[in-house]
Design a protein around this ligand. Sequence first.
Ligand code: CP
Length: 294
Amino acid sequence: TELDLSPDETMRVLDEARRLKSDRSRGVQLNSLAGKAVALYFEKPSVRTRVSFTLAARELGAEVVELGSHNTKVGHGEDLEDFAMVLNGYVHALVARVFGQSTLDTLAKRATMPVINALSDERHPCQALADVMTILERFGRIDDRVITFVGEGNNVATSLALLAASLGAEVRVASPVGYALPAWALAQTEGLAGKVVPCVDPRQAAEGAHVLVTDTWVSMGREGDAAALRAAFVDYRLDEALIARARPEAIVMHCLPAVRGEEITEAVMYGPRSAIWQEAENRLHVQKALMEYL
Ligand code: CP
């Protein structure tokens, strides 16, 4: 999880990510993971996470093996714990995108190598690392910044809120009643340097913010509830009126994929405040740094 790294460790990873980004832009060849192998296990679709982890490992000299429900019997013929124990003998890290957090916990229980959460129903810590890297690039610091997340208190919101608060930020999460950050996530903010403030009104939450963030109204696996979700979130959209409430230098982020016209307007997504493409690219750099660190 995002809180498995101390604030100092997180900053070390992010410093290294910045160095790796610079190296890549200058064409520097690296081999810090030469001789290593990384398994990617996906129970769900992905563009950014799959491409960025694959390239991150390969550009550092590691082998990559991609596994998933389509080419294994894991969960329907092969026991999850056995899967982890077999991989222990082959690879040096397991990157896993799963439905349930309990799947990751089971893999981690049997794994002797690091298990990296590439998204679960509860958390998306690698996305949060890329988000914080982007905020640091744009503002130079995060500790006194106000970050407003507009939308469901989902895995993306949870990881960003906890990671940014661990580094001293104020994170406001504006969600309709019934869709707020879960109580267990709020309980984990105790003792963090910053704070997480759940609220309902997105306009109030956007006042004076440095960063505005949102995510799709209909997350993966929630398609059956799409009509109810669209009705609940209709006032939770990043548009120019909402951005006008934030600071003049405020930036906009979205983990993608986005549904233009729902949680974010086209004008905002492609406008001058958007840091969305930088945020997507930074997935590559933080994941390189994280794998190196682990
Ligand atoms: N943001 C993100 O995790 O994108 P993918 O689902 O495409 O990996």
